[in-house]
Ligand binder design. Structure first.
Ligand SMILES: *Cc1c(COP(=O)(O)O)cnc(C)c1O
Length: 384
């Protein structure tokens, strides 16, 4: 059966995979090797050195390409390493327009590393795609999109942004970590590059650090592969294996993340001690219409503000949680709670943070796949 015809729920398991050539192993062996024997200089079976290529990593890269409807996948040592490779496509003097409400680590990489090399970053509210036009200059080479945004759960219209970018020959990269291809497929909406912190939902079990890029264009794939091989931040064989195993259950996990997310968002919205809940599934969410068109469901990421709460009280609530673990990260089978102002977004200056709504009392939840009743009971005791 042609690979292209498979539906998403089958691609997660079979996409780009075939039994191993050696002994027919159904899961690719963990080829824990740095180098490969050659019969004569250059005489090898496609693998010469594991920074350049490794069979376990290649199996993962094919799976990544398949689930994101792309032709080429690249697996990195972390999400940040994948973003780093994208920005290295640019030259001094080039400009990037970035979502203003984004992962704190991306902001830090842009501002504190790449601005030193004279690449300029503008952080723009992209909820109205047309607003981007005012910021485009002849030096704009990349638009950086994260949707749902982190941690405010705004939804950006990838198709509209990509259409504007195309008129100006600007590349569009989408950080698809929060949504995963279960919810949205950016390449199908006109994006040029899809990026993942596969550390999160794709891996799904909080046991690896992995990054991913997926593209359709051969020239872009070659440039990114050149950077990956030259810079060296590749995904190791063991982490490739674990991520591949995680992807095989992505569809069933995401289904439960979404079901639980809806139940908990609705519970919080009705709660007398909660001021505001940010979740794109609500009809009164400012970008709900875009979410409905662009996404297959609304995901398991929720942020909220307790009524009359301060920095200290928000910290008390996250400390009182028992089933939810207070931790950085998201997207694993277990539910996590975080305090963006002091944790994930601590590296963003307070006035930048407040501009996008990340107030001191904001709490972010990554809803896991436990029983929703138990999660609600835990939230109830922590909020009361
Ligand atoms: C975690 C995360 C990253 C960074 O990925 P690492 O794997 O931690 O390096 C980038 N973007 C988003 C949205 C993330 O959540």
């Amino acid at each position: 059966m042609s690979e292209k015809k498979l539906k998403f729920n089958s691609k997660t398991i079979h996409g780009g995979q075939k039994p191993d050539a050696g002994y027919g192993a159904v899961m690719p062996p963990i080829y824990q090797t740095s180098t490969y024997a050659q019969t004569t200089p250059g005489g090898h079976k496609g693998f010469a050195y594991s920074r350049s290529a490794n069979p376990t990593r290649e199996a993962l890269e094919k799976s990544l390409a398949s689930i994101e409807n792309g032709k080429y996948g690249l697996a990195f040592a972390s999400g940040m390493a994948a973003i780093d490779a994208i920005i290295k496509l640019l030259n001094p003097g080039d400009e990037v327009l970035s979502t203003n409400d984004l992962y704190g680590g991306s902001y830090r990489l842009f501002k504190q590393i790449f601005e030193k090399y004279n690449i300029k970053f503008q952080f723009v509210n992209m909820q109205n795609a047309d607003d981007i036009k005012d910021h485009i200059t002849e030096n704009t080479k990349l638009i950086w999109v994260e949707t749902p945004t982190n941690p405010m759960m705004n939804i950006l219209d990838i198709k509209a942004i990509a259409a504007i970018a195309k008129q100006h020959s600007i590349l569009v990269a989408v950080d698809n970590t929060f949504a995963t291809p279960y919810l949205q497929v950016p390449l199908d909406l006109g994006a040029d590059i899809v990026m993942h912190s596969a550390t999160k939902y794709l891996g799904g079990h909080s046991d690896v650090l992995v990054g991913a890029l997926i593209v359709n264009d051969k020239k872009l794939a070659d440039q990114l592969y050149f950077i990956q091989n030259a810079s060296g931040a590749v995904c190791g064989p063991m982490d490739s294996f674990l991520t591949l195993r995680g992807i095989k259950t992505l569809h069933v996990r995401m289904q439960r993340h979404c079901e639980n997310g809806k139940i908990i968002a609705e519970y919080l919205a009705k709660h007398p001690k909660i001021e505001k809940v940010y979740w794109p599934g609500f009809e009164d969410h400012p970008n709900h219409e875009i979410a409905k068109n662009q996404m297959n469901d609304f995901g398991g990421m929720i942020s909220f503000i307790p009524k009359g709460s301060s920095y200290e009280e928000a910290i008390k609530i996250v400390e009182r949680l028992e089933l939810f673990t207070l931790a950085e990260s998201l997207g694993g089978v277990e539910s996590l709670a975080g305090h963006p102002a002091s944790m994930t977004h601590g590296s963003i200056p307070k006035e930048e943070r407040l501009k996008s709504g990340v107030v001191d009392s904001l709490i972010r939840l990554s809803i896991g796949i436990e029983d929703a009743d138990d999660l609600i009971a835990d939230l109830e005791q922590a909020i009361q």
